[in-house]
Design a protein. Structure first.
Length: 437
């Protein structure tokens, strides 16, 4: 049988929260490998579709559409039977970045969101091809206006630097020539779709990765991810490292990256098989991994939604997203969001605290949690920790007991504020903010 601590860690990293029912379900399986297979099986999610009102752009109500899209996706993360599909959608959103503020259209941003969902654990090469021709990407990185004689390098640069190879694995001339190769792969402002315009395409010879011929844009993707063994392995390591850092911890040992990349290549760049190998590695269950990541604001919010049953719109997550440092659909730049220390600024933590106060006020409506008044201080702390699915360290637990005791004393018998503050403090504990408990 699997070890419960390993199952809980696997679920916290892949499904945002280790829901008790899921823990019990996976604990009943014969092996940890079977549990990993279960997490990777999206069958219970059926065929998730975009909400009907988010498919077509409405010029007369675009902000409310954007707000609805934001809350819809956060709620999807909290409620899907197999949330890893949404967590991978979030990963690709931070990898193949487009910003709503730049693209400005509901239909295009949501079509990209659905692409990432549909291909969340599929063929990386197919996903790379598909995203390159989507309107959101064509607009965001200007490939939609990339024409011969005046090639725009935005998409070409990010294709090599951020999407497939990483800095140091290409030349500046490769960027310039790749931009020429992508000319004519444009955006039609009338149909608002991808359109290849032959008159805008540079059919001249180009030298890319040392090979001179009449390159076409999509052929560059195939050269990296299919035809050139050396580049393919570089890209495999690039993606393997990025996924390990997304799910486990930063700066993995090179042997971990190399082993995962080998699996990725051997399985024709199947993200599913890469994740299967990743979640089955012993290093994924070490203390370094268990304690290795700070929850992003989105992950933290989703954990709160799961535990409280509240919705994103009810707690007005949008209103706090910017102050916390993360508002989905609007990464800070084309490189996406960073990790760990990136979230631990004074302003970002203040944003979490303000949202926690909002959540606590909702939890306290109609006498919610008044039963804590009948409990001892330590019982109250343990009750709230259990409610949020947390196992507090001895230090955290004692700190919470001391603080709650002091507030009860200060309240002179009126414990309402002390109870509210206990809920807030619990949401701000290290255990709630680090993906380890």
């Amino acid at each position: 049988m699997p070890v419960q601590a390993e199952i809980e860690h696997l679920l916290r990293r892949t499904e945002f929260v280790a829901r008790p029912a899921r823990v019990a379900e996976l604990m009943a399986l014969p092996t940890l490998a079977d549990a990993v297979n279960n997490v990777l099986d999206f069958t219970p999610n059926a065929n998730p579709q975009l909400r009907a009102d988010l498919v077509t752009h409405n010029n007369n109500d675009s902000f409310n559409q954007r707000l609805a899209a934001f809350h819809w996706w956060i709620d999807m993360m909290a409620t899907r039977p197999r949330p890893l599909q949404e967590k991978m959608t979030l990963f690709w959103h931070g990898h193949f970045v487009s910003e709503w503020d730049v693209v400005g259209r509901t239909d295009q941003m949501m079509a990209q969101n659905q692409l990432f969902r549909n291909m969340a654990v599929g063929d990386f090469r197919a996903l790379t091809h598909a995203m390159s021709l989507q309107p959101a990407m064509l607009v965001y990185l200007s490939n939609g206006v990339n024409v011969k004689g005046s090639p725009n390098q935005n998409f070409a640069r990010e294709l090599l630097e951020l999407f497939t190879l990483g800095i140091g694995n290409y030349l500046e001339d490769d960027v310039a020539e790749t931009a020429r190769a992508w000319t004519g792969h444009n955006y039609n402002g009338n149909t608002r779709l991808y359109e290849f315009r032959s008159n805008n395409h540079d059919y001249g010879d180009k030298t890319i990765f040392g090979a001179r011929r009449n390159w076409d844009g999509p052929e560059v993707i195939d050269e990296i991810l299919l035809n050139h063994a050396g580049l393919r392995m570089i890209s495999a390591r690039f993606i393997a490292r990025k996924l390990w850092e997304y799910f486990a911890y930063l700066d993995p040992a090179q042997n971990i990256v190399d082993d995962l990349a080998a699996v990725f290549v051997a399985n024709n760049l199947s993200v599913l098989e890469l994740l299967r190998a990743l979640f089955n590695r012993a290093e994924f269950y070490t203390p370094t991994a268990v304690q290795g990541l700070v929850r992003t604001p989105t992950e933290w919010v989703v954990a709160i939604l799961v535990q409280t049953g509240l919705s994103s719109a009810t707690i007005k997550v949008w209103d706090y997203g910017e102050s916390m440092g993360q508002r989905v659909f609007d990464p800070p730049n084309v490189a996406g969001w960073k990790a760990n220390g990136y979230w631990m600024t004074t302003s970002a933590l203040s944003g979490r605290a303000n949202l926690a106060k909002k959540v606590a006020s909702l939890m306290r409506l109609n006498g919610g949690f008044d039963n804590l008044i009948t409990m001892s201080v330590s019982q109250s702390v343990d009750f709230v920790a259990n409610y949020f699915g947390l196992v507090l360290s001895n230090i955290s637990r004692q700190s919470m007991i001391d603080a709650h005791q002091a507030e009860r004393v200060a309240g002179n018998g009126s414990n309402s504020k002390a109870i509210t503050n206990l809920l807030v403090m619990m949401m701000l504990t290290a255990e709630m903010n680090v993906v380890s408990a």
